[in-house]
Write a protein that binds this ligand. Structure first.
Ligand code: HEM
Length: 224
């Protein structure tokens, strides 16, 4: 990406300034890395808090691990497309955590919505977190329940990656990274949350209070 920015020239042959390059790199690090790290932290918390679910995810991943000759062969693209339970855990974590809680849009023309007029130039703030925690769309919204994603959510009720032309271009990458990490983690490691506090801490993205301090260790395999 840095290479692309350094060699970029616009229609007038103008290059990007160092400041513009730094701004873009920081922007993407912020948009891509912190967000994905936050959601993965929540996945670990939710799995840790539900040992039965963790066992079920582990069973799904161990089946893949065994097919891959005890993890000696790399995970394939097709395998990442065939992790239904783990995928639902990622989706439910995205809903529960709602990493990007809201966004802004500006009305470019007068808009009438349900009897309200939003005049041209006004800012509108869709609150993703509220939509994701609305019991009308997600019954018992405070409950972590991946099975709710066995049925696709109603249109425009699940937007962890935003919507429209400025929706997140890293959507699929973030989900893929989460699936890969979960695969390697549950097939090779165990973890214990050292101090689990209820509550959310924003920095600016939400993570569990105190950032979920945990201890990890490699799980001994029976065949080893
Ligand atoms: C779990 C991880 C992620 C979440 C929850 C997330 C969420 C979002 C959301 C909600 C938006 C739309 C903001 C808006 O409408 O104003 C957005 C935009 C964006 N995201 Fe992500 N994102 C994630 C990961 C990533 C990754 C991995 C990348 C890049 C590799 C990325 C790059 C971007 C960029 C460049 C934008 C701005 C798009 C635009 O303005 O046209 N994001 N993200």
């Amino acid at each position: 990406m840095l290479g692309h920015f350094l060699s970029f020239k616009d229609d007038n042959d103008k290059k990007l300034s160092d400041e513009q390059i730094a701004d873009n790199i920081i922007g993407v690090l912020f948009a891509a890395q912190d967000t994905t790290a936050s959601v993965i932290t929540w996945v670990l918390k939710f799995l840790h808090d539900d040992p039965q679910l963790l066992e079920a995810v582990k069973a799904e991943q161990m089946a893949i691990y065994d097919t891959n000759n005890g993890g000696k062969m790399p995970l394939t693209w097709e395998q990442t497309r065939s992790m239904p339970l783990t995928h639902r855990v990622v989706m439910e974590s995205l809903r529960m955590a709602s990493i990007i809680s809201f966004t802004f849009r500006e009305a470019v023309v007068d808009v009438e919505y349900k009897g309200y007029l939003i005049p041209k130039g006004w800012k509108v703030m869709p609150l993703f977190r509220n939509i994701h925690h609305n019991p009308e769309f997600f019954p018992n919204p405070q409950e972590f329940d991946p099975s709710r994603f066995e049925v696709a959510p109603k249109a425009n009720t699940f937007m962890p990656f935003g919507n429209g032309v400025h929706a997140c271009p890293g959507n699929e990458l973030a989900k893929l990274e989460s699936l890969i990490l979960i695969h390697h983690l549950v097939t090779n490691f165990r973890w214990e949350v050292v101090s689990s506090k209820s509550g959310i801490q924003y920095g600016p993205f939400p993570v569990p209070q105190q950032g979920l301090p945990a201890r990890f260790w490699k799980e001994p395999k029976q065949s080893q």
